[in-house]
Design a protein around this ligand. Structure first.
Ligand code: SF4
Length: 169
């Protein structure tokens, strides 16, 4: 079952990608994160993800536009990223889409699920919900073992100054 997984960074894809494969999904990662500030951080997270995905033979789609999501508006930030992922999935023959954001205990989990399911209905591609938070600690262990870069903040400018444990992935 082909699934397009919106991926915020490599560490969050570690457990998520593994779980998907163990559950008969064939994941492709989608890097579409116009929220990430500054650009150097956006690029850094992308290249770490690219290297990880290549090592695991997970195809990676790079989604980019110049539109920036307003800092601190998490609902709009989720919507922007999930809509783009759902639309790409729909146009490219994926039966499902999902997001690595569901692994983070620091994100607004229920809101992500609600938005993901609503957009899935609107676009016509099924949102796969799973509570990946069960694998958050495992993702940290894998990331440490592979020496993956782990950012200290969620992504937008505003989140740089927020204590990592408050909202960061
Ligand atoms: S805190 Fe994170 S989810 Fe919220 S707007 Fe900023 S980057 Fe997006």
């Amino acid at each position: 079952m082909k699934i397009l997984v919106h991926s915020c960074c490599a560490p969050c894809l570690t457990y998520t990608g593994k779980w998907l494969r163990e559950n008969n999904f064939d994941p492709t990662a989608h890097y579409y994160n116009p929220n990430i500030y500054p650009e150097a951080e956006f690029v850094k997270r992308y290249f770490v993800l690219k290297s990880y995905a290549e090592g695991k033979n997970i195809p990676l789609v790079f989604g980019f536009d110049k539109k920036r999501t307003p800092p601190g508006d998490c609902e709009n930030c989720y919507k922007t990223r999930l809509l783009k992922t759902a639309e790409y999935a729909k146009s490219n023959g994926f039966g499902f889409y999902s997001t690595t954001l569901l692994i983070s205990p620091y994100q607004k989990h229920d809101l992500i699920r609600e938005i993901g399911e609503r957009i899935g209905d609107e676009v016509g591609v099924q949102f796969l919900y799973h509570d990946f938070r069960e694998g958050f600690n495992e993702s940290r262990i894998i990331s440490r073992e592979l020496n993956l870069y782990r950012q200290k903040y969620c992504g937008c400018k505003e989140s740089i100054n927020v204590k990592a444990s408050a909202i960061a992935a």
